[in-house]
Design a protein around this ligand. Structure first.
Ligand code: NAD
Ligand code: IPM
Ligand code: MN
Length: 357
């Protein structure tokens, strides 16, 4: 197998701290198992932007597209850049630029101790969200008018195309089929967004017909939030639009023990040969940055998804198992009830993953 190049963008705040640990994990696995991977660290983020104005140069973007199998990203967002120009260029530059239309976010709890719901255990929280990643209100269509006056207007258009809606719904069903899951739930707001989300509902019903044996359920997104808390066992796969997917996966992260536990993949689901991007669901958490407080587990779990995507099977399950053990034994950071810092919690997991891999 030829060497697979992985671009590494730590980014801002806690991003570089957690990404650094995930890179150590990958490097250690490479050394021990001879994994044909090569890391390419990129200096991109708020520091670079403030230093020389660079956000996401076209040459770098093209080089990632043509040379890399994957990107490992930390987080973007820095209070010194309130307009988030660099974050948008880099994060959306990858999601939109590489057409990574499926933002795949597992909501899987790894320790009973972290479940916030009375009477529930970790086995009750195990579903996956397929978030549309290239359309919706994120496309940036809109504008402001009469800014700063009492008559000002702010508009962000919600863009939904048949192609975009169909392909993410299909990706959700395909994943269910491949993983022997029997329920796909689509969440929209078609009772209020009668044009855009009627398209979602109609497309969902049409695509569902191709997947006999998989239950296709439609819920409104407000009710979805209710059901996720009342009884998370009722879901296997949830598919929804870009904005709702962003929101419900933070809610999902709460079921997993917080944002320090939630991993994600950004993929062009119908062509696995394209570069894909892996990142924790969390942001840059500025108040935690530089204090050895950030939970590195979401970054580890994202690295696990990356390895699976590259065809290195088995590692993701080992990482999950050891992270779960770390949580049960309290070898973890404060946000998940431990007393260790980022580095010590990471070292505990890395040693065990490497010795058991
Ligand atoms: P956040 O995810 O950074 O933080 C939300 C809460 O979760 C905070 O209480 C934080 O302390 C906690 N948290 C997050 N990650 C953690 C970790 N690894 N360990 C322990 N606790 C953790 O979200 P926010 O505060 O709304 O946003 C901060 C910045 O991050 C903003 O600029 C936002 O735009 C950006 N952001 C970026 C991404 C991304 O790069 N994909 C994702 C979300 C937010
Ligand atoms: C995420 C983040 C981003 C999003 C922000 C930083 C634009 O919240 O990855 O979940 O909304 O997609
Ligand atoms: Mn988010």
């Amino acid at each position: 197998m030829s060497t697979k190049k992985i671009a590494v963008v730590g980014g801002d705040g806690i991003g570089p701290e957690v990404t650094k640990q995930a890179v150590v994990l990958l490097e250690r696995l490479r050394e021990k198992k001879g994994l044909p991977i090569e890391m390419w660290e990129l200096d991109l983020g708020a520091d670079r932007y403030l230093r020389d104005g660079t956000t996401f140069p076209k040459e770098i973007s093209d080089q990632i597209r043509t040379e890399c199998a994957a990107v490992l990203l930390g987080a973007m967002g820095d209070p010194r850049v309130p307009g988030l120009e660099h974050a948008r260029d880099i994060l959306f530059g990858m999601r939109f630029g590489y057409d990574l239309y499926a933002n795949v976010r597992p909501v899987k709890a790894l320790s009973d101790r972290l479940i916030p719901l009375k009477g529930r255990t970790a086995k009750d929280v195990d579903f996956i969200v397929f978030r549309e990643n290239t359309e919706g209100v994120y496309v940036g269509f809109g504008g402001q008018f009469k800014k700063g006056t009492p008559d000002e207007i702010g508009i962000n258009e919600d863009v939904n195309t048949r192609k975009g809606v169909e392909r993410i719904i299909r990706a959700a069903f395909e994943w269910a089929k491949k993983n022997d899951k029997k329920r796909v739930c689509m969440a929209d707001k078609s009772n209020a967004m009668t044009f855009a989300h009627e398209l979602w509902l109609r497309t969902f019903r049409e695509v569902a017909k191709e997947y006999a044996g998989i239950e296709a359920r439609h819920v409104y997104v407000d009710a979805l939030c209710l059901y996720m808390i009342q009884d998370p066992t009722q879901f296997d796969v949830i598919v929804t639009n870009n904005l709702f997917g962003d929101i419900v996966t933070d809610l999902g992260a709460a079921l997993q023990g917080g944002l320090g536990m939630a991993a994600s993949a950004n993929v062009h689901a119908s062509d696995g040969s394209r570069v894909a991007m892996f990142e924790p669901v969390h942001g840059s958490a500025p108040p935690l940055a530089g204090k050895d407080l950030a939970n590195p587990f979401a970054a580890f779990l994202s690295a696990g998804m990356l390895l699976t995507h590259l065809g290195f099977t088995g590692y993701e399950a080992t990482i999950e198992r050891i992270v779960s053990a770390a949580l049960d034994e309290g070898k973890c950071t404060k946000d998940v009830g431990g007393e260790l810092g980022t580095r010590a919690a990471a070292a505990w997991v890395i040693e065990r993953v490497v010795s058991e891999a």
